[in-house]
Write a protein that binds this ligand. Structure first.
Ligand code: A3P
Length: 303
């Protein structure tokens, strides 16, 4: 029911059958076991949209003031706000116990909205969804998977050239399904009344103060006049900025286990820019992605 079988795999000319949604098993495990609470807060996204940044911001907004927990300071945002399908339910053995965590729990997911655990949707908990220009998502994704996925032939995820990977991306063969469907899934759910805030990576870059205020209000923890006077907003923005995080101790040596693979924390920070895609995509490739976006998002306020 989550993903129609005929669209779940595609045949690559050299590498054979490749799943377009290889995390589907973990999504099913999450659907089966996850028990939602209305007090949960979810960070949701497609990989490479700025998830780690938003996790850090949400954590700092929710845990500010009396809620601060300094023993977690050296943990990566992925440890403080774990992914349901990549960490909590990375296997049937439930790698992390979230049922005994006190509320409010901060959790995250890359699962497309229509495939989210029913219990999560029914809880009505707030979901913050971050999305990003597909050209930037594609380039970031290509680098990320080149770096973490072993390149020996015969592995589940054979390395693809940028042109092969681009063809896959345009045709919707991505790890959590098609880019445009993913964004539209959350956008449509919000339009239909779900408790979702959509934030665009590029807007967060251009005007972090406005976005952070909106985020805090959405989480029902607006910044007080006092906090504004004390520059708390700028303090959070600076603490979560690309350079600050890159220079922090946690990124020097730490690893995060995702789907039982140790991923070095430095892998989650590459360039942190809005226009780095210009160095990798030809004008023709960029035009193709822009055209697809205009077509797919035609009836929305996303463009
Ligand atoms: P680039 O590869 O374009 O640099 P995700 O967390 O969803 O995997 O997204 C990773 C992308 O977000 C990477 O993009 C990464 O550099 C960028 N990123 C991570 N932390 C950031 C921050 N604090 N500010 C801006 N961009 C950040």
């Amino acid at each position: 029911e989550c993903v129609p079988l005929e669209t779940a795999f595609f045949q690559h000319k050299e590498h054979g059958w490749i799943s377009r949604f290889p995390t589907i098993v973990n999504c099913l495990v999450a659907q089966k076991y996850f028990v939602g609470r209305s007090t949960d807060v979810f960070v949701s996204s497609l990989p490479k949209s700025g998830t780690v940044w938003l996790k850090d911001l949400v954590y700092k907004i929710k845990r500010r003031g009396g809620n601060q927990d300094h023993k977690n300071d050296l943990l990566s945002p992925h440890q403080k706000v774990p992914f349901l399908e990549l960490q909590v339910y990375a296997s049937e053995d439930h790698v992390l116990d979230i049922d005994s965590l006190p509320s409010p729990r901060l959790l995250s997911t890359h699962i497309p909205y229509p495939s989210l655990p029913t219990s999560l949707i029914d809880s009505g908990c707030p979901i913050v969804y971050i999305w990003r220009d597909p050209k930037a998502v594609f380039v970031s994704d290509w680098h990320f998977f080149n770096e973490i996925i072993p390149s020996e032939p015969g592995k589940n995820h054979p390395p693809l050239t940028i042109n092969e990977k681009f063809e896959c991306f345009c045709n919707g063969y991505s790890i959590f399904g098609p880019y445009w469907d993913h964004v539209l899934g959350y956008w449509n759910a919000k339009k239909n009344g779900a408790n979702i805030l959509l934030i665009k990576y590029e807007d967060l870059m251009v005007d972090p103060v406005v976005q952070l205020k909106a985020l805090a209000e959405f989480l029902k923890l607006p910044f007080t006049k006092e906090e504004e006077k004390d520059n708390i907003i700028h303090g959070i923005i600076n603490a979560c900025s690309f350079q600050t995080v890159k220079d922090s101790k946690m990124y020097e040596s730490g690893n995060t286990e995702l789907l039982q693979v140790q991923v070095n924390n430095t892998t989650f920070l590459r360039k942190g820019k809005t226009n780095d895609w210009e160095n990798y995509l030809t004008p023709k490739m960029a035009e193709r992605l822009d055209l697809l976006t205009v077509q797919k998002f035609a009836d929305t306020d996303l463009i």
